[in-house]
Design a protein around this ligand. Structure first.
Ligand SMILES: O=C(O)CCC(=O)C(=O)O
Ligand SMILES: [Fe+2]
Length: 271
């Protein structure tokens, strides 16, 4: 909840304090804080290796959104609306993991680093799907943005019914910033978790993502505006509505993203 000044704030911590980050997760889950910003989660050298490797990968820009919204990797909500979408997602996972790991070649995998970081306190794994012989979810989608995002929320119980990640108590979003624009690109997080009544403002009807929600529907709801630096890891509760601000840059804003679901105290990563 926002405090007396009607501000809602992110808490900033350092990269060597996993116990502190883990202790803040319950506060995040209760909307007492907007986000946890873990400064310098990746150092300059790790960023340089990843950025050089990325030159060999192609960003898949969304139809009609070239240079605005693109990705490297797969995400479950990109498959959930397709016939047999769940099977298609898990069939596509091994190749997506290979592409991802080629980007991490020569440095410690940031996804493993995240698992180890939260693993200091919680049982932390890559999510698996019991219905498909414990097939592993993909984790580590790189999002490229050249313009603001939609106003949206991410919440598997609503968006991925029938997938095991929907059986979670909480869903966090983690973004590790690989490249930031010269100006703009803050992440705005609103103190408003999605409820079914909000659907009257939703402009996406088949596949999630193209239009998002009416930008003005939250009125003066308190929000936090988080402007990360390259190498920072931001953790927030994705059921809260959020939006990436206008971007002013010749090069895309790049974030390595994964969801982190919590169930019965254990954490599971997936994209
Ligand atoms: O890139 C960001 O700052 C947030 C992207 C986003 O909406 C998400 O990861 O759910
Ligand atoms: Fe999101």
């Amino acid at each position: 909840m926002a405090n007396r000044e009607n501000q809602w704030n992110a808490v900033q911590i350092g990269p060597n304090d996993p116990a502190e980050a883990c202790a803040l997760l319950p506060e995040l889950a209760r909307n007492e804080i907007a986000a946890i910003k873990i400064g310098h989660f990746l150092g300059e050298q790790e960023l340089a290796v990843i950025s050089a490797n990325m030159q060999n990968q192609t960003i898949a820009w969304y139809a009609n959104k070239t240079n605005q919204q693109g990705r490297i990797g797969i995400n479950a909500t990109g498959f959930s609306h397709l016939p047999d979408g769940k099977k298609k997602y898990f069939d596509a996972t091994p190749a997506a993991e290979d592409d991802r790991d080629a980007i991490f070649d020569g440095t410690h995998s940031p996804i493993n680093k995240i698992v180890e970081f939260f693993g200091h306190v919680f049982d932390t794994k890559i999510a698996t799907e019991p219905e498909l012989a414990q097939a592993r979810y993909f984790a580590g989608l790189i999002r490229a943005m050249g313009a603001k995002s939609t106003l949206h929320f991410d919440y598997a119980p609503k968006q991925l019914p029938g997938w095991s990640v929907a059986d979670a108590d909480e869903q966090f979003g983690l973004v590790l910033y690989l490249q930031m624009p010269e100006a703009g690109g803050a992440l705005n997080i609103y103190d408003h978790p999605w409820t079914p009544e909000d659907e009257s403002h939703n402009n996406d009807h088949v596949e999630k993502g193209t239009f998002g929600f009416d930008e003005d529907f939250l009125g003066d709801t308190p929000h936090a505006s988080v402007l990360p630096s390259e190498g920072d890891l931001v953790v927030f509760r994705t059921r809260n509505f959020h939006q990436v601000d206008e971007i002013h840059s010749d090069r895309p804003r790049l974030g390595l993203t994964t969801f982190m679901s919590q169930q019965a105290g254990a954490l599971a990563l997936w994209s």
